[in-house]
Design a binder for this molecule. Structure first.
Ligand SMILES: [Zn+2]
Length: 322
């Protein structure tokens, strides 16, 4: 889990717990002011609890018999709350999540994140990657019916068949990570063929499986790289270290001499040396990549044991009639 997001969430839980306490105190106060009959019973219960504790400390073994009286009193309180139009659990501890009581963690000996914390964490990480808007682009929402199925006369393979093949490779990769022999993927093809969709689908699956992923556009990467080059401030450090990095739309960023190529090489080289996974999408072919970024960079990607090149071909899906 990412430390910064986790800290943010823990602070939110703390705020929630304080709000819960406030609600509890306000409810208790309302009873004190408006329902003297219930208040009287609550006082009796408090006395009984203190009395019991005293008796236990003084070695009175009859103390256990008080349990029944206590239960009767509780029943009486619940019924009075009902009669006064309040919910039965009006005075019970307040929390959003019953499982962790808004602590975010479960278990005494082994503390594990509660499902509510995990769900919020995943939501946060999706938001931080910019996946919160619109219909989620996942393997589940991938609709092959939208892709033309006419076989290419030269190859006999339709755009749909090819795209589904690439989709399946991506899904399998996301499901097998981190036990993937091939560490890097390069998705190439014209724009509008579904590369970014597949990147998003992989991000969703990896996050759902609890992995740490970052996705940046090549444009954003260049901005960070530039900052790091001129300000000697290491803005790209996070990109160097994240276990899975998605670099979207390589080739769309402006080319800056002594910056773009240098930083891109540094990024790929560093990540490969650490055996971290990098998934890149680009509209450029290998040949075009070579022209733009030099052989030094392309050789990092055109490396069968290390990187799988997946090519999408066909018509721009965004321009097709739906
Ligand atoms: Zn919880």
């Amino acid at each position: 889990m990412r430390e910064d997001l986790l800290n943010e969430l823990e602070a939110e839980y703390e705020v929630q717990r304080l709000a819960n306490e406030k609600t509890e105190a306000a409810r208790r106060e309302r009873i004190r002011q408006e329902f003297p009959q219930i208040e009287a019973m609550l006082s009796r219960r408090e006395e009984m609890i203190f009395g019991t504790v005293r008796k236990i400390f003084s070695g009175d073994t009859d103390a256990a018999n008080l349990t029944e009286q206590m239960e009767e009193l509780n029943r009486g309180i619940r019924s009075l709350l009902r009669q006064n139009g309040l919910p039965e659990d009006y005075l019970a501890p307040v929390y959003r999540c019953e499982k962790c009581r808004d602590t975010g963690y479960r278990g005494d000996l082994i503390r594990e994140p509660c499902e509510c914390l995990t769900a919020l964490y995943q939501k946060k990480i999706r938001e931080s990657i910019g996946l919160q808007n619109g219909k989620p682009e996942t393997f589940e929402t991938f609709d092959e019916e939208l892709i033309p199925d006419t076989p290419d006369p030269a190859t006999g393979i339709s755009q749909r068949k090819q795209t589904v093949f690439v989709r399946n490779v991506c899904e399998k990769w996301a499901d097998s990570y981190p036990d993937t022999e091939i560490r890097d993927l390069l998705l190439t093809g014209q724009s509008g063929l579904g590369k970014t969709f597949l990147l998003h689908a992989m991000v969703h699956r990896l996050i759902a499986r609890g992995h740490n992923v970052l996705m940046v556009s090549a444009y954003h990467f260049l901005q960070m790289a530039r900052k790091s080059y001129f300000d000697a401030e290491n803005g790209v450090q996070e990109l160097m270290e994240v276990p899975v990095l998605m670099l979207d739309d390589l080739g769309s960023e402006p080319m800056m001499q002594n910056v773009t190529i240098e930083q891109l090489f540094h990024l790929l080289n560093e990540r490969q040396a650490r055996n971290l996974c990098t998934i890149i999408s680009t509209n450029l072919s290998l040949e075009e990549l070579r022209k733009r970024y030099t052989e030094r960079i392309v050789s990092r990607l055109n490396h069968p044991k290390r990187c799988m090149i997946l090519t999408l071909d066909g018509q721009d899906l965004r321009k097709l009639e739906r």
